[in-house]
Design a protein. Structure first.
Length: 95
C-alpha cells in the first residue's frame, strides 16, 4: 500500500532527484523516463515517502506494477514498459 501522505510534488521531486543522480534502473518491467534516464517506479515512491515524512519506504513494503504505476500516472508521470518485458521464454529441459 502506498501511503496517502505522499503527494504529487513529492513524486515529482523524487523522480527529478533520481534522474539527476543517474541511478541504475533496477526495474524489470516498467520505468519512468526523465531527462534521458530510466528511473524505477518503486524507487520513486520510496524516495517520495522520504521527502514527505523523513523515512524511506522500503520497496519490499508495497506492490509494484498497477498500484505503483497508477499512482505515478496520477502525479503526471508517464510510465513505460520495457520492450519485451512480458515475453515468456520456453525452456526445453529434456535435452
Amino acid at each position: 500500500m502506498i501511503p496517502k501522505y505522499i503527494q504529487d510534488h513529492h513524486i515529482q521531486l523524487a523522480v527529478s532527484a533520481l534522474a539527476s543522480a543517474k541511478t541504475d534502473c533496477n526495474s524489470t518491467k516498467y520505468y519512468v523516463a526523465q531527462n534521458g534516464h530510466k528511473v524505477a517506479p518503486k524507487r520513486i515512491i520510496s524516495l517520495a515517502a522520504f521527502l514527505a515524512c523523513g523515512a524511506v519506504l522500503p520497496v519490499s513494503r508495497f506492490s509494484g506494477g498497477r498500484l505503483t504505476n497508477n499512482r505515478l500516472k496520477r502525479a503526471g508521470l508517464v510510465v513505460r514498459e520495457f520492450e519485451g518485458a512480458n515475453i515468456e521464454l520456453e525452456l526445453n529441459l529434456d535435452n
